[in-house]
Ligand binder design. Structure first.
Ligand code: ADP
Length: 682
């Protein structure tokens, strides 16, 4: 039988499909992980870049501010100098005022007052430090301030000289820049005020200490030569640099600010930290997802394998399986069931009563049975037998075991049935029953054979009587005296009457045996125990007579009928009676009594029982004999067949009863067996 959902190929295809899905999912995962990694790296890089540009622009801004601060400071210096020149024309007053200014401005090294011909009228050095021009006389740098003053006169405003190095006594030195301010009176340049600045101190004076702590600030020439520097510190690795021109009349300086930023680095700022934290969270979620997906895949694989295993199991079962929903529709059949009834799954699935495999003559009964089942009545646990019809019309006997189909929520969703094809079993049973019957018949014939000798013995008497009456009658006829005719006729009448009597008796004896041998009623029927005993009595009596046994019958009052195969049970009784009588057939036994009893036996709710017992006072049964008593062909008698007891037990067990024996305390044995009482009166 082939169908899309049967067979190992389908299971293999399903597995292959699952594997290919798995591969596809794996590559999707790899792509996702790659993408997330790329996004994260880009984000971190961009955050770093952004942070760097932020730092850079802050630095640029700070540098521009610093330039403004310096420029403003220089402007204020010019104003202070102008005020000095304007208010003081005497050298003493000038000196006092200039000294005050020098004390206020630490960047000022010296203030000079020169006349229009550049001759020094007066000068004063900063009281805050040793005189700067002690080692190098001012005449050495005359060029620088001369040029500045010329420019100042031309522009009629302050002008600056280019910077120059002034060595000091301690072997060091610093860069100095002069500022020249022309003194103009009525449009005439009457002199110059010259201030010498230490570039280094200029930085210190005009820039805030905090700014200098954060950055390294320096003045350089446009070509990069460093002139003065402040706030040097070497910590940190990332260097940000900003430059701004300090464009002064006569000179251009470059203010360079180098900002070192330490530990930029993994967590340079909150944004980067945030991005990294989010990345870590994302990666963790990804890892968890991968783990979860792996677990799911494993569960899926196990489920697929379990499913394939279950399918293979169902497909290879020889037991037919069928599931029905609560409305009685078929929802599932396995291949074994389809094979059993000869229909394709498609012809069965979704079908409701009457099913195509119900024999037409049974539809009514089966429909009733299904209605009872769907009403919720649980079927017998041990199952029940039924007959189905194959597609070709042949009948099969099946054993059906049904159980409610319960889903995971514990609700009943239908019925599950298992089917066993018991046709073959039934056939074998029928055969064994037939052979048992044949065996019974043989045993009965054997009994009859035995009876024949008894018969000959029993028939001897009537036959001898008949013979003698016949001879006597013949003599009467031959020796008939004239005149005695009336007497002769009367005698003949008597003789012939006796002959008829004896012939009748012989006929009865023969008939009793004939009846026993001939009767073959297969069916079970309700019989009184009395009738069973009566039926075997003529035969029992035959043997009892010969063996000089007294047969006693004891029947309880108001015994119910028993439900049995009459012929078979009579045979059992006869066998037991015969065995009992034979057991008493020993010369020393003088008091030979065989008791046949019937009484009610202990009963349970389902069945009532009648017990029949045959008691002898014979030799008893030794333990060796007892061990083999029911073995076929076991006998201790020279002419015995050894079939009696084994057949007896089979017959009684077929009736649902049981056969047992017990040794009697005094002497002899009792054999008992039970027979069921019919459940309803027949
Ligand atoms: P058979 O009568 O042909 O020997 P059975 O199966 O009826 O076969 O009996 C088997 C044997 O059991 C007998 O040979 C006998 O030895 C023993 N047996 C049966 N019934 C009795 C009895 N009532 N008392 C003593 N022995 C018995």
């Amino acid at each position: 039988m082939k169908s899309p959902w049967h067979g190992p190929t389908a299971a293999r295809d399903r597995l292959a499909l699952i594997w290919s899905l798995r591969d596809k999912r794996l590559s999707l995962w790899v792509a996702l992980v790659g993408l997330v990694a790329a996004v994260l790296i880009t984000l971190v890089w961009l955050a770093g870049r952004y942070e760097a540009s932020q730092v850079q622009s802050t630095l640029e801004r700070d540098t521009a501010d610093a330039i403004n601060d310096i420029r403003g400071g220089l402007m204020r210096d010019v104003q202070a100098l102008q005020a000095l020149q304007a208010s003081h024309s005497t050298t003493t007053a000038w000196s006092a005022e200039a000294g005050g200014l020098l004390r206020e401005h630490r960047a000022w090294l010296r203030v000079e007052w020169r006349d229009a011909q550049m001759q020094l009228r007066h000068h004063i050095d900063s009281p805050l430090r040793a005189p700067s021009f002690s080692k190098t006389p001012r005449s050495n740098v005359v060029n620088e301030f001369m040029q500045a003053c010329q420019r100042a006169r031309r522009s009629n405003g302050p002008a600056y000289s280019s910077s120059f190095f002034v060595p000091q006594d301690d072997g060091l030195g610093f860069e100095v820049m002069d500022m020249c301010l022309p003194l103009v009176v009525a449009g005439e340049t009457v002199g110059y005020a010259i201030t010498s600045y230490s570039l280094q101190e200029m930085l210190a004076e005009h820039l805030s200490p905090a700014f200098a702590r954060r950055n390294e600030v320096s003045f350089t020439e446009p070509d990069g030569t460093r002139l003065a520097a402040m706030g040097q510190h070497g910590r940190g690795v990332r260097l940000f640099s900003a430059q701004q021109l300090l464009d002064l009349p006569g000179v251009t300086l470059v203010l360079r600010v180098d900002g070192r930023r330490g530990a930029p680095d993994l967590f340079p700022n909150i944004l980067t930290a945030l991005v990294i934290a989010m990345s870590i969270a994302l990666v963790s979620v990804l890892v968890l997802l991968v783990k979860d997906s792996r677990r799911r895949l494993k569960a899926e694989r196990e489920l697929a394998e379990a499913l394939a295993f279950r399918k293979a199991m169902e497909d290879s079962l020889v037991t037919g399986l069928r599931a029905r929903d609560l409305q009685g529709r078929i929802t599932y059949v396995n291949p074994a069931f389809c094979q059993m009834v000869g229909f394709e799954p498609a012809e069965l699935l979704g079908r409701n009563a009457p099913m195509p495999y119900w024999p037409p003559e049974m539809v009514g009964e089966y429909q009733q049975r299904q209605a009872i089942r769907l009403a919720g009545n649980a079927p017998p646990r041990e199952g029940y037998e039924s007959v189905f019809m194959r597609k070709d019309g042949t009948r099969i006997s099946v054993l059906i075991i049904e159980a409610p189909l319960i889903n995971v929520l514990g609700q009943q969703t239908g019925w599950m049935s298992a089917f066993l094809d018991i046709s073959e079993q039934r056939r074998v049973e029928e055969m064994s029953r037939a052979s048992l019957e044949r065996l019974q018949a043989t045993a009965r014939l054997a009994t009859v054979g035995e009876m024949a000798s008894l018969l000959s013995h029993e028939l001897n008497q009537p036959l001898a009587a008949i013979s003698s009456y016949a001879n006597g009658s013949l003599n009467l006829l031959l020796n008939n005296m004239p005149g005695e005719t009336t007497q002769t006729l009367a005698d003949l009448h008597v003789a012939i009457e006796r002959i008829a009597q004896q012939a009748g008796r012989a006929g009865k004896i023969i008939n009793s045996v004939h009846d026993f041998v001939r009767r073959r009623d297969q069916d079970r029927e309700a019989v009184t125990p009395q009738a069973l005993i009566d039926a075997i009595m003529p035969l029992v009596q035959l043997q009892a007579h010969k063996l000089r046994v007294r047969v006693v019958i004891e029947l309880e009052d108001h015994l119910p009928m028993v439900w049995c195969d009459r012929t078979m049970v009579e045979q059992v009784l006869l066998n037991l009676a015969r065995n009992g009588m034979q057991a008493m057939d020993t010369p020393e036994m003088t008091h030979r009594v065989l008791k046949i009893q019937a009484r009610r036996a202990a009963s349970n709710v389902e069945h009532q029982w009648v017990e029949l017992a045959v008691t002898d006072q014979g030799s008893g049964i030794s333990s060796e004999v007892a061990a083999q008593l029911f073995t076929p062909f076991f006998t201790t008698k020279p002419e015995g067949m050894g079939l009696g007891l084994s057949l007896c037990r089979t017959v009684i067990e077929q009736h649902g009863g049981h056969l047992e024996f017990e040794a009697l305390a005094a002497r002899g044995t009792i054999f008992r067996f039970t027979l069921p009482v019919p459940q309803s009166p027949h």
